[in-house]
Design a binder for this molecule. Structure first.
Ligand SMILES: NC(=O)c1ccc[n+]([C@@H]2O[C@H](COP(=O)([O-])OP(=O)(O)OC[C@H]3O[C@@H](n4cnc5c(N)ncnc54)[C@H](O)[C@@H]3O)[C@@H](O)[C@H]2O)c1
Length: 250
């Protein structure tokens, strides 16, 4: 394939789907990966020339088969976007081990597994990894013991990848999105949580899928050729800010 190839996990909807569209706009080919076969095939049909592969990224054998299929079909992998994620919000005392493992299996194990399986192809392309964490991995909050811990681990994993894989010319970076209205967030953001985010975000709004995707695509591109090991919070200013915004607005 002449065009650069990106794998985007969790590409059937939300941030992954928007990121896929932005890669296509920039002339990349995209291998869209998701465990939701129906949503994936519907999204891929709308986009035209993409490679759509159904895969649960928490399953090591399925991951190996998926990466082999992308390599066979596309011949190269220039970027990997580990975007697939699960959210489950609950108090620490009510977070069963099964709920904890469900979140870790996709957010942390899946990111590790897909990255590892892509290393041979990324070595050849001197390519890039972008892992999607969250502001919940940068700052602790209530109800996010599993989700926030998984995302903090993704930030640490990114730094490990940058440290070791730089020897091969592979860059690894992380995007930590602030709140975006997607199926994932709307399932766990109560009206109180939505109000709390507005209170804590200088730009006083949720972000859009495209605003997150633009930074992901930048970090995968040659424009970011000397950027590695970084976490970029795309969050309307949330991470940089402490108390005072509601008083300022009043
Ligand atoms: N939406 C937000 O407010 C927000 C904020 C911070 C971080 N994030 C992160 O952004 C990423 C994308 O989230 P989104 O809001 O677009 O969610 P979404 O629910 O709209 O999309 C996530 C996609 O991942 C897929 N997926 C989930 N588990 C999978 C697995 N094991 N294997 C393969 N595919 C799987 C789902 O089927 C879905 O299509 C996630 O990592 C999420 O944690 C989202």
């Amino acid at each position: 394939m002449d065009r650069k190839v990106a794998i985007v996990t969790g590409a059937a909807r939300g941030i992954g789907l928007a990121t896929t569209g932005l890669f296509l706009d920039d002339g990349w080919h995209v291998a869209m990966v998701d465990k939701d076969a129906e949503a994936l095939h519907a999204a891929a049909a709308d986009l035209g020339e993409v490679t759509a592969i159904v895969c649960d990224i928490s399953d090591p054998a399925a991951v190996d088969a998926m990466v082999a299929e992308v390599t066979n079909i596309c011949g190269r992998i220039d970027a990997l976007v580990n975007n697939a994620g699960e959210a489950d919000f609950g108090p620490i005392e009510e977070t069963t081990f099964a709920r904890w493992r469900f979140v870790m299996a996709t957010n942390l194990d899946g990111t590790f597994l897909v990255s590892q399986a892509c290393i041979p192809a990324l070595k050849q392309s001197r390519g890039a990894i972008v892992n999607i964490a969250s502001i919940s991995g940068l700052r602790a909050s209530t109800l996010r013991v599993a989700y926030g811990t998984s995302k903090a681990a993704v930030i640490a994993l990114t730094e490990q990848q940058a440290a070791e894989l730089g020897e091969y010319g592979i860059r690894a970076n992380c995007v930590a999105p602030g709140p975006v209205k997607t199926k994932l967030s709307m399932a766990v953001h109560s009206p109180q949580i939505i109000a709390a985010y507005h209170d804590a975000i200088p730009l006083n709004r949720y972000g859009s899928e495209g605003e997150i995707g633009a930074v992901i695509v930048f970090l995968c591109s040659e424009k970011a050729s000397f950027v590695s090991g970084q976490t970029v919070a795309v969050d309307g200013g949330f991470e940089s800010t402490g108390i005072g915004l509601p008083a300022l607005r009043a």
